[in-house]
Ligand binder design. Structure first.
Ligand SMILES: [Mg+2]
Length: 533
């Protein structure tokens, strides 16, 4: 009795669920369901640890971070605008505010019998590395390339800083430089500073870091173990103070330039293009001198005009957050355990039963149900290519190699969703932005993992425009070049209207996979590693 009662309840629940699914079909093309747009508010710790606790959607997408940075620097092809940008405006405002008190601070110090001094960092405090970091390195630091730029004295001055240093020197301040650049780079660094207009730095007031092992360090630098940046810089400032100067201001773009004391005030300059963390000195705790953790970022890069440098997620922190999320080592994702895999497993556990149920019910109602799945990062997993091979800089030639070699593993747990659909009456439809030349290899790659579920007849790749690979007659685009949304939504319309399939769910890792209707449900998979608007 109890048992049959439970069965009745389950059947009743099933009938309701079918009614809900069928009822939503009419609304599907009016874009019902979840909001299909990226999140714009993020909480991210600088050290990457947030990747262990947040979902993928809560990690700032690295492509959006790059475009936000490029907006901030008004950069084109990796080269910062040297005349005007939000960065230049912010630097000038910071310098103007600091300039206000230079005279009175100097007078007060002298009245107290002190010899006031200001300390400046080099990279992105007095010399501007943007064109190297973006244009030459694509935000992947390369010490060999850096040494070439240093020795060739290729850096312009940071905006406004030549005048700021000159103003301070005119007032009477002693000027010092402290940089993490090495002693072997000192002549070229001072040469570069002179070349761009600084007249205050010379071998006597400029500190570079010792070459080789820490045993070469000056005696005044005390290190607990391997010398940290904060130990090197703070003890060098202590040494300057010991020589008789009062450091009233310490100017740097990294928090590790500023921690460790030995300066009356600090001046933090914006720099979202890299992050050089260092433990603070033993027993020092300076919460004021730590990076922001909350960010507002639109996906299209426009926040670079409005947020200020500290409000842009630092790209190194974003990368380490992504690598924590994928539990990646040397660019290779952990294939067994990671926050990403856990999220994908939970997603599959939620959607496999829904798909199974809906496919079975529609099949029993003599409909022709189907699910649609994107390829990259929906059914095939590109992480190792995106990070390990490309360092998050998309390279179409390298991508084609990976595609033709069928090198992608399956995205975690998606085999469970595909199996549930296929075994309960749904057709499996593939729809990818990969092109017709990649079609054979893509289907072969999929069938390594999905047990032959993807059939050529129901697999849609994009035309190349060459030979027989031409735009289908069922696709009409506003401009000569179709957008991803036009291509994918009109292909889904074709699948529904011409092939008479009922798309019960559409799975994709990009919002452009999902926007445009022609599916009862849209399922967004996490992917902070690139953004295809
Ligand atoms: Mg610096």
């Amino acid at each position: 009795m109890g048992s049959s009662g439970r069965t009745c309840l389950r059947l009743a629940a099933s009938a309701t669920a079918v009614a809900l699914v069928v009822g939503s079909a009419a609304a599907a093309d009016a874009r019902g369901g979840p909001r299909l747009e990226p999140r714009t508010h993020f909480t991210m710790a600088a050290d990457g640890s947030s990747g262990a606790t947040t979902k993928g959607a809560g990690i700032p997408n690295i492509d959006s971070v790059k475009s936000t940075i490029r907006t901030y620097y008004n950069a084109t092809d990796g080269i910062a605008d040297k005349a005007s940008s939000p960065y230049i405006t912010e630097m000038n405002a910071i310098e103007d505010a600091a300039r206000q008190s230079l005279r009175s601070t100097y007078d007060d110090a002298v009245a107290n019998g002190e010899t006031p001094a200001i300390v400046f960092d080099a990279d992105d405090s007095t010399l501007w590395t943007y064109d190297m970091e973006d244009g030459a390195m694509k935000f992947n630091f390369d010490p060999i390339l850096q040494n070439e730029w240093v020795q060739d004295e290729r850096f312009p001055a940071t905006p406004g800083m030549v005048d700021f240093v000159a103003d301070a020197a005119d007032i009477g301040y002693e000027i010092f430089g402290i940089t993490g650049r090495r002693n072997a780079q000192e002549p070229a660094t001072i040469g570069n500073l002179e070349k761009v207009g600084y007249t205050e730095f010379d071998a006597a007031n400029f500190y570079t870091k010792w070459d080789g092992p820490d045993s070469n360090r000056p005696a005044y630098v005390h290190c607990q173990a391997a010398c940290t940046t904060v130990e090197y810089k703070a003890y060098t400032r202590a040494h300057i103070e010991h020589e008789g100067y009062d450091i009233v201001l310490n100017v740097g773009d990294q928090w590790s330039d500023l921690q460790g004391g030995h300066a009356d005030e600090v001046l933090k300059l914006p720099n979202p293009t890299y992050y050089l963390p260092s433990p603070d000195l033993p027993r020092m705790n300076e919460p004021r001198l730590t990076p922001r953790t909350r960010f507002t970022m639109e996906p299209d890069g426009s926040s670079g005009r409005t947020e200020g440098g500290e409000g842009i997620p630092n790209i190194d922190s974003v990368k380490s957050t992504i690598r924590t999320y994928y539990n990646a080592t040397d660019g290779i994702a952990d294939k067994r355990h990671s926050p990403y895999i856990s999220e994908m497993k939970a997603l599959a556990a939620r959607w496999a039963p829904k798909v199974r149920h809906t496919c079975a019910q529609l099949k029993s109602h003599h409909q022709r149900p189907a699910i649609v799945l994107d390829a990259d990062d929906t059914t095939l997993w590109t992480y190792d290519m995106e990070d390990g091979a490309m360092k998050f800089n998309f390279d179409p030639a390298l991508q084609d190699e990976w595609v033709q070699d069928q090198r992608f593993p399956a995205t975690p747990a998606m085999d469970r969703v595909v199996r549930a659909a296929r075994n309960h009456g749904c057709r499996i439809v593939g729809l990818t932005g990969r092109n017709d030349n990649q079609r054979h290899a893509t289907i072969a790659n999929l069938n390594k993992w999905y047990d032959g579920a993807f059939k050529s007849r129901l697999y849609f790749t994009k035309w190349t425009g060459e030979g027989t690979s031409q735009q289908p007659s069922y696709i009409h685009c506003a401009a000569a070049k179709c957008t991803t949304i036009e291509y994918k939504s009109q292909t889904r319309k074709h699948i529904e209207k011409d092939l008479h399939l009922r798309i019960v769910a559409n799975f994709g890792d990009q919002f452009s996979d999902l926007i445009g209707g022609h599916a009862d449900r849209q399922v967004k998979l996490p992917n902070p590693t690139y953004y295809l608007p």
